[in-house]
Design a binder for this molecule. Structure first.
Ligand code: ZN
Length: 350
């Protein structure tokens, strides 16, 4: 590699120079980038994601600080600076990412990547079914224990089915599962639950039965709450399943999607409880088949000759070209969004 070229993700690379804010002349137009980079349409949406992420992380840092929780404060601070700088070249944008699952930027990249990989597989399934498996909602002090319990329950059900399939030479369960928990601001409880896409109707019916049988208590796993239905729009349901983790915006009246978005709230203390409860657990997995890989080597990006360097400026909610001062997208949050992430942030309820 010629001396003027830089691998910006490596030590001493162009991004590190950018971070140091050294003399502009030191930033080369030609450099080697890492990974495939984000497309133009993704980049156009990035300032909005960055704006939401920063507001959430600043609030979460305060919650962790108040709790005296240094390790979570550090994690949130890491996500606060996620993709602060960007290099564009060849029509794509390259950043350094924090890779935390509670980071709105990283999680959306991960989800989009999974959807792209899984859709071609799932579309071949004979009659994919959407299944929801849940248990009784819990208070925050019980949440971690119950997250572990539902994961253990699901693992046991899969294991039993695999054993049975080996003995009778049938099929093990085939599907994908995503774990989610949302906060109920009225009851102040959390509902750990799975969204599944199962291979066919028989498997959906059986796994629902196994779930009810496993808990064997209507007060814990009420049969009417365990639902299975045929998928008509795979793309829609795959996106629904990929909303694992937790929601950012919650309807305080729990009016099942009937309220206007403008009345929603952000329950930030509850979000922190969910983040802690999920820490170390796998929120998404596939079973009965192998998840296809992307086939893209992330360590060998393109050589570009038109590199431009951008820094996110929170005061204007956009990336700014550090050489020309030009804005990247000219996006700006509307009043409703500013209100949601400031006035309508509840830092107490959990
Ligand atoms: Zn991130």
């Amino acid at each position: 590699m010629p001396k003027s070229q830089h691998n910006w993700a490596s030590k001493g690379g162009a991004l590190d120079k950018l971070a140091q804010k050294g003399p502009i002349g030191e930033l080369p137009r030609d450099c080697q980038l890492v990974g495939v980079g984000a497309s133009k349409s993704t980049i156009r949406k990035r300032p909005k994601k960055k704006f939401i992420c920063q507001k959430l992380m600043l609030a979460l840092i305060d919650i962790a600080k108040d709790e005296g929780n240094l390790s979570w404060e550090k994690k949130y601070r890491n996500a606060l600076y996620c993709s602060d700088q960007m290099i564009t070249g060849n029509g794509r944008g390259h950043c350094k990412y924090c890779k935390h699952r509670f980071c709105t930027i990283c999680v959306s990249i991960c989800k989009a990547d999974r959807i792209n990989r899984l859709f071609p597989v799932l579309v071949e399934w004979p009659e994919p079914q959407f299944v929801t498996l849940t248990i009784k909602a819990k208070k925050h002090w019980d949440l971690k224990t119950h997250v572990k319990a539902v994961l253990e329950a699901f693992g046991t059900i899969l294991k039993r089915k695999r054993k049975k399939a080996t003995r009778k030479s049938g099929l093990p369960y085939i599907g994908i599962r995503a774990l989610e928990a949302n906060f109920n601001p009225i009851a102040k409880t959390y509902n750990p639950h799975f969204h599944l896409i199962m291979y066919n109707a028989e498997m959906a019916r059986d796994i629902r039965k196994d779930w009810i049988k496993y808990w064997d208590d209507e007060k814990i796993a009420a049969p009417y709450l365990q639902q299975a239905s045929r998928i008509k729009d795979l793309n829609h349901h795959l996106k629904e399943t990929m909303k694992y983790g937790t929601k950012i915006f919650t309807d305080p009246t729990m009016n099942k999607g009937k309220s206007k978005n403008s009345s929603f709230m952000v329950y930030i203390a509850a979000m922190h409880e969910i983040n802690k409860a999920f820490d170390g657990s796998r929120l998404f997995s596939t079973f009965g088949f192998k998840q296809p890989t992307t086939g893209v080597r992330i360590d060998s990006g393109p050589n570009v000759t038109d590199a431009q360097y951008w820094q996110y400026e929170s005061s204007i909610c956009d990336y700014v070209n550090i050489q020309t001062g030009q804005k990247l997208t000219h996006w700006a949050p509307n009043c409703e969004m500013i209100d949601l992430l400031t006035q309508k942030m509840d830092v107490e309820s959990k």
